[in-house]
Design a protein around this ligand. Structure first.
Ligand SMILES: NC(=O)C1=CN([C@@H]2O[C@H](COP(=O)(O)OP(=O)(O)OC[C@H]3O[C@@H](n4cnc5c(N)ncnc54)[C@H](O)[C@@H]3O)[C@@H](O)[C@H]2O)C=CC1
Ligand SMILES: O=C(O)C(=O)[C@H](O)COP(=O)(O)O
Length: 391
């Protein structure tokens, strides 16, 4: 790219855009869900999140040479087509993995479902599932892992065995072809194998679970607890399914501020590495130094938040509930669940309400920003909270 200034078209929901890309040229912010080819007529760089389908229909005939998705998932990118066109692309592997793992523990805390003494099943053991497995191992909690691409995982098991565990966490990407497709990997047959009393947490991609089959099962009164962060047909999710799940959230498991900023920063780094933009940055408008600015939010984040920076005693003084209450002071997924249920009852069509909740998502910082403040906890609980990231 040899233009003095680049045109960067970006999803308006990407944080720190100015900090991370402002030195390169003109930033055009657009709603990600509705981007059109016409809007990319002058774009050199396209920055998206998971809601923009990036394919021939969007990009053919545009000058876009670099596509960056500030997300872990890549199922919205037609990577084959991009590569055939010589369009450089990058996603942000692992950027919000910690946020998703914290969502899992927060959901269990919200359900007052003590993880001690339970057995976990993990489906998909990459950055998210792998981090969850690492935390569980540190907590001395057994787990079984189904990931057909990782047969040597020390906890490797087949899917059936994983579905027999007490807490089943789904973190597989959406894969439609190849030897191990994940589309509807949990259909009626697999869902029927989940034990009564178990907890199913789906935080990978919605269509890994056949939502209709799940709805049928829940309608028939199956007694396992369901936590859905991801849904089929987002943003127009099935509101009857929402009514029947125990916790339902609008695809925000990865929405810690830390995770979102990491996504933006990783894409800037990928752009720099690609060589498509660095030279332009040097001859472009005077800059305070793009990459340094890009670090700024990180320095800000290293300060404890104004309030609350501490998780303090809550009146719940014993057992798992005390530990759960502390975690819920930091992040309580039931608040996201409530907002989604209220939105589903409101005047906006579901799809718009779902997207609006995601766009206006409140700032959420990860556990590592918090310190325990004089709560009455056992040594075991303190060490568990430390493993989860609190001091
Ligand atoms: N709810 C949310 O907010 C978020 C959801 N995600 C989703 O979670 C997915 C996983 O994230 P990462 O672990 O970071 O991705 P990753 O790419 O690091 O790991 C994915 C793992 O899934 C495995 N896998 C592939 N096909 C599978 C199948 N059919 N069955 C079981 N495992 C399979 C792969 O071998 C790999 O180890 C992402 O692809 C994304 O779709 C990611 C971040 C946030
Ligand atoms: O990183 C991913 O993959 C995710 O699922 C994101 O957290 C989803 O966020 P949006 O890209 O849809 O804002």
């Amino acid at each position: 790219m040899t233009k003095a200034e680049l045109t960067i078209v970006a999803d308006e929901n990407i944080p720190a855009l100015e900090d991370c890309f402002g030195d390169l040229g003109t930033l055009v912010r657009l709603p990600g869900r509705d981007m059109t080819r016409e809007q990319l007529r002058d774009a050199d760089i396209l920055l998206v999140r998971s809601v923009t389908r990036v394919n021939e229909a969007l990009l053919a005939g545009t000058p876009v040479r670099f596509v960056g998705s500030c997300t872990i998932g890549t199922d919205h990118l037609d990577t084959g087509w991009l590569e055939r066109q010589g369009i450089h692309w990058s996603a942000a592997p692992g950027c919000n993995a910690n946020s998703v793992v914290e969502y899992v523990f927060s959901a269990l805390a919200a359900l007052n479902h003590d993880w001690n003494g339970r057995r976990f099943g993990i489906v998909g053991c990459g950055n998210v599932g792998g981090l969850l497995q690492k935390r569980l191992r540190a907590l001395d909690i057994p787990c079984a892992v189904y990931d057909p691409w990782l047969p040597d995982n020390p906890d490797a098991a087949d899917l059936d065995r994983v579905l027999q565990q007490d807490v089943i966490c789904l973190h597989a990407p959406l894969v439609k072809g190849g030897p191990h497709p994940s589309l509807h990997m949990l259909g009626a047959e697999q869902l029927a194998r989940i034990k009564d009393g178990a907890v199913l947490i789906s935080a990978g991609r919605g269509a890994v679970v056949d939502n209709r089959a799940l709805l049928e099962l829940l309608r028939r009164g199956r007694q396992f607890t369901t936590v859905l962060d991801v849904w089929e047909n987002e943003p127009d999710i099935d509101t009857e399914l929402l009514e029947l799940v125990d916790i339902g959230t609008p695809h925000i498991a990865g929405y810690s501020l830390d995770g979102k900023l990491a996504g933006t920063r990783m894409i800037r780094e990928a752009l720099d590495k690609s060589g498509l933009g660095v030279a332009v940055g040097a001859v472009g408008r005077p800059s305070a130094g793009g990459r340094d600015q890009c670090q700024l939010p990180w320095r800000d984040l290293s300060r404890p938040p104004a309030a609350p920076g501490r998780a303090a005693p809550t009146g719940v003084s014993s057992g798992f509930a005390a530990m759960a209450a502390l975690l819920l002071q930091i992040y309580d997924p039931r608040k996201d669940d409530q907002r989604l249920r209220v939105a589903a009852e409101g005047e906006l069509p579901m799809a718009r309400a779902f997207d609006q909740l995601r766009r206006d998502y409140p700032e959420r910082l990860e556990f590592s920003h918090y310190r325990i403040d004089g709560a009455v906890l056992t040594e075991l609980q303190r060490s568990q909270l430390k493993i989860l990231g609190l001091e």
